[in-house]
Structure formats: structure tokens, C-alpha cells
Design a binder for this molecule. Structure first.
Ligand code: ADP
Ligand code: ADP
Length: 239
């Protein structure tokens, strides 16, 4: 069984003058356990809408989201909560998701609090472990997000996303806002964590040179549809 299977997923937004924007159209995809599926396409083709829809951070208009065989579309948002442990996301600009008033340790540990995991001491130990995992200094937990560079903030976002040992990580343009040299550090970190944790990743990027480094398979998106999907070598070799 695939870890995730999307069947005919679609999302429309209300457009101007009563028009309808078909952001995602009839997308069917699978992600296997431990697989990195790259999703590439021009800006505006629907990648971000796809990534958020499959976590139901925005409500899809139709289709099925089978996660370990269970259709998430049939669940209320309340019933989704325990599933969110397994499904995490990181964004282009982690600053938006890093509350400036909370310590980095508090930010990374928050999902543990929300899901009632462990005692205070156990959570602190897990936060320390996560800081190490993503290559942040031990004392980072006591500091605040604005004290860190863009690359380090992305490490904080990754640590937070991994706190609950998710099975699937959606990376939505996770390195696009970073300088090229920092990009490769974060890509290498994600690739290393993917192998160590046997994570499945949906890796969204407009940048084929980023996608090719991390993906086992690549899906090419155009105007809301997946127009091609296959092993990374095949997609890259296509004329
Ligand atoms: P990508 O991530 O590939 O850049 P998006 O998923 O952000 O693409 O956008 C897909 C399409 O949906 C675009 O035409 C965009 O303008 C439109 N869109 C995205 N979000 C909204 C929204 N909240 N309301 C209306 N249209 C939207
Ligand atoms: P904040 O006020 O910054 O949101 P909290 O005190 O609410 O932080 O802590 C939230 C979680 O993060 C707790 O589980 C706590 O154990 C952990 N935590 C908070 N600060 C640190 C830190 N400096 N180092 C390690 N873990 C921390």
C-alpha cells in the first residue's frame, strides 16, 4: 500500500467577477514509504495549493486523500488532529511560522505540547535531541527566531516539523528564499534526515536544479494538472 494516494484531487478558488480559478485539477499521485516525490512547475501552476490541500490546511474541492488507506477527506477537522502528527509541512519563509515571541525551544516543542506528548522534562530532552539532529547549537533553545539567519531558521522549522516523528513531510519551496550556498546545506540536511528517518517527502519547488538533487521521482505540474510523472533520471533526460 502506498503511504499516500491522491485520487482526482481538485481545488477551485473563487476568482474575479464570479469566475472560478481551477488551481488543482484532477491530480492523482502516489507516494511510497521512504520516497521523495518532487513536484516541479512554474509559479502559479498549483504546487502550493496541492501541498496544502493534501494536508487539508485548505479544503480541497473534490477527490480523495488516502493516507495509509484511510480517506482523510471523510474526516472532520477534529478527527484530522491525531493524523496531523504524521503529516507535517515546512514553508519557503519559516519566519511566518516561527512565533517571534517564543523561544526556539518553545517553538520546536510546541507540537509535543499540542499533542500531549511526554512530561516537561521529556519534551525538553526531545527538543535538545532535535536541535542536535538539525545541526543547531545546544543553547539555541533559549534564544529567539530573529537571532538566527534564514538557513538556521529553516533548521528550526525542520526540527519543529520532525518533533512528532511524522511519516510524510511536505516541503513547499523550502529552500527557495535562501542564498544558493545555504540552499545546498539545507537540501543536504533534508536528504540526510530523509535517509536516517526513512521519511517520505513531497518536495515542491519551481527550481528543477533543486528538485533533481533530492527526488526519487518527479511530477511535472502545469496549469493545475500533473502532466508527467516518472523516475527522476527519465524526467531529467526528457528532451
Ligand atoms: P504555485 O505554488 O505553483 O505558485 P499556487 O498553488 O500558489 O501555485 O496557485 C495556483 C493558482 O491558484 C494561481 O493561479 C493562484 O493565483 C491561485 N490562487 C492561489 N491561492 C489563491 C487564493 N487564496 N484565492 C484565489 N486564487 C488563489
Ligand atoms: P515558550 O514560552 O517559549 O513557548 P514553553 O515554556 O511554553 O516555551 O515550552 C514549550 C515546550 O518547549 C515545553 O515542552 C518545554 O519543555 C520546551 N522548551 C521550552 N524552552 C526550552 C528550551 N530552552 N530548551 C529546551 N526545551 C524547551
Amino acid at each position: 500500500m502506498s503511504l499516500l494516494e491522491l485520487r482526482h484531487l481538485s481545488k477551485t478558488y473563487p476568482g474575479q467577477n464570479g469566475a472560478v480559478v481551477q488551481a488543482v485539477s484532477d491530480v492523482s499521485l502516489t507516494i511510497e514509504p521512504g520516497e521523495v516525490l518532487g513536484v516541479v512547475g512554474e509559479s502559479g501552476c498549483g504546487k502550493s495549493t496541492l501541498g496544502r490541500s493534501l494536508l487539508r490546511l485548505i479544503e480541497p474541492s473534490g477527490g480523495e486523500i488516502l493516507f495509509e488507506g484511510e480517506d482523510l477527506m471523510g474526516l472532520s477537522q477534529r478527527a484530522m488532529k491525531p493524523r496531523r502528527r504524521d503529516l507535517q509541512i515546512i514553508f519557503q519563509d519559516p519566519f511566518g511560522s516561527l512565533n517571534p515571541r517564543h523561544t526556539v525551544g518553545g517553538i520546536i516543542g510546541e507540537p509535543l505540547v499540542v499533542h500531549g506528548v511526554g512530561t516537561r522534562e521529556e519534551r525538553a530532552a526531545r527538543v535538545a535531541e532535535l536541535l542536535k539532529l538539525v545541526g543547531l547549537p545546544e543553547d539555541a533553545g533559549k534564544r529567539y527566531p530573529h537571532e538566527f539567519s534564514g538557513g538556521q531558521r529553516q533548521r528550526i522549522a525542520i526540527a519543529r516539523a520532525l518533533a512528532l516523528n511524522p511519516k510524510l513531510l511536505v516541503a513547499d519551496e523550502a529552500v527557495s528564499a535562501l542564498d544558493v550556498s545555504i540552499q545546498s546545506q539545507i537540501i543536504n540536511l533534508i536528504a540526510d534526515l530523509q535517509k536516517r528517518l526513512n521519511l517520505s517527502i513531497l518536495f515542491i519547488s519551481h527550481d528543477l536544479s533543486v528538485i533533481r538533487h533530492v527526488s526519487d521521482r518527479i511530477a511535472v505540474m502545469y496549469l493545475g494538472r500533473i502532466v508527467e510523472v516518472g523516475p527522476a533520471e527519465e524526467i531529467m533526460d526528457a528532451p
